[in-house]
Design a protein. Structure first.
Length: 404
């Protein structure tokens, strides 16, 4: 069974100190897995969903990973990349986890990845990865279960162009005007830039300006509360019947869509996962997550669940020899374990190759916001950074099992 050890590490004002950690003893857990995420603040639900999805996956695996017992160490990074750096360093010095699951932003990933690589600790990314890590910054110990958001923007631009849209209003935060650059670069028509200020509650003037500019679609790159406020204003503006609203599925997620109901009905998103995905693993996640945690799962819950399946395969592939990094890596690369996203496999940079779908927000039988798949828009597109990753590998053949 796994032993949860929440907040094993304690960060003081002047230094990071290790609390009393359990020694590896006969009959005790075989290895350690660390989970670091932004478990506080407005976006805490992302990391919490990933953690709960991972725990549910472990429960479905009988409470073990690869048949081995393990400690699960959970730490809140408070969305501070410097804390991520300090936590990874101290964990490597004192706890020596075989794997770190990271569910925080791209700056956290950029801070943690070089340390994990140098310390030969597997790092699995469960939130927006820094695009550089898909390219020159890739590493043998780094796996990402999702693509950089810029790749979603590129796919969205291509999809909107294929649907015949010519003038798309791209709405971004004023503090991050380059957030839609990948969309703008890939879109064949005209991109009309619009910005919203942090904490803005009244988006009616901005929507009037979008209407006046003659936009035939909107691509929303706001997130969190700003996205909720925009969608609500959009629903009241009269534009909804004339100008469709699109966005990336990992920011316009189930939580945002639910908070913006009923205005969010009909919003279309580009994503690698959907609630109605038909893989056996996804069906099981959807059936059991709400029973276990009292809420519907999000994409982040699916990522955590998939991470559990990856690690189960890694431990089995190494026959519980936790210092056999190559065997663990090969088992994860094979991606022949149950996943919520059917057909996912890994590119040479150890980022996912997978199908992307167009989803539309609707309601389930209980009137709650959910997503419905409208069709596949891309099959196994590579990350725009993948070619600059120096890693090249091929999978060895599976061993032949002799029949008795």
């Amino acid at each position: 069974m796994f032993r949860p050890l929440r907040r094993l590490l304690h960060l003081g004002a002047a230094c990071l100190a290790l609390a009393a950690a359990p020694a590896r003893a006969a009959g005790g857990p075989d290895f350690d897995v660390a989970f670091i995420g932004g478990l506080s603040g407005a976006d805490a639900y992302m990391a919490q969903d990933s953690l709960d999805g991972f725990r549910l996956g472990v429960k479905h695996l009988g409470g073990h990973l690869g048949g081995a017992d393990f400690n699960l160490v959970v730490e809140n990074d408070h969305h501070d990349p410097e804390r991520d750096r300090a936590l990874v360093e101290k964990m490597q010095q004192d706890l020596h986890p075989q794997v770190i699951l990271l569910s925080s932003g791209r700056r956290a990933a950029a801070a943690a990845a070089p340390l994990a690589e140098a310390g030969r600790t597997f790092l699995l990314l469960l939130n927006d990865p820094d695009p550089a890590l898909a390219g020159k910054g890739c590493g043998n110990y780094l796996f990402s279960l999702l693509a950089p958001r810029a790749d979603l923007d590129t796919l969205a631009a291509q999809s909107l162009g294929d649907q015949g849209f010519k003038r798309v209003a791209a709405v971004v935060p004023a503090a991050d005007p380059g957030r839609a650059d990948a969309f703008r670069a890939a879109f064949g028509g005209q991109t009309l830039p619009f910005a919203g200020s942090r904490g803005e509650m009244n988006f009616r003037p901005l929507l009037k300006a979008i209407a006046a500019a003659g936009a035939d679609a909107i691509y929303l790159r706001l997130d969190g509360g700003m996205a909720v406020n925009f969608i609500r204003a959009y629903g009241d503006s009269g534009l909804k019947a004339k100008v469709p609203l699109f966005g990336p599925g990992d920011t316009l997620d189930q939580m945002v869509l639910a908070a913006a109901m009923p205005a969010s009905l009909g919003v279309q998103t580009i994503a690698a996962w959907s609630e109605d995905g038909d893989s056996p693993a996804n069906r099981r996640l959807m059936a059991d997550f709400e029973t276990e945690y009292g809420r519907l799962p999000s994409y982040y819950a699916a990522l955590g669940y998939d991470a559990a399946m990856m690690l189960d395969a890694a431990v089995r592939g190494a026959d519980k020899m936790f210092n056999n990094d190559e065997a663990m890596r090969t088992a994860m690369r094979r991606a022949d374990y149950p996943l919520t996203r059917a057909g996912l496999h890994f590119d040479s940079n150890q980022f996912p190759l997978q199908d992307y779908v167009l989803r539309q927000a609707g309601q389930d039988a209980r009137g709650r916001a959910t997503n419905e798949t409208r069709g596949v828009i891309a099959h196994d597109p590579r990350s725009g950074q993948a070619e600059s990753c120096p890693m090249r590998w091929t999978l060895p053949p599976l061993p032949v099992v002799k029949k008795p």
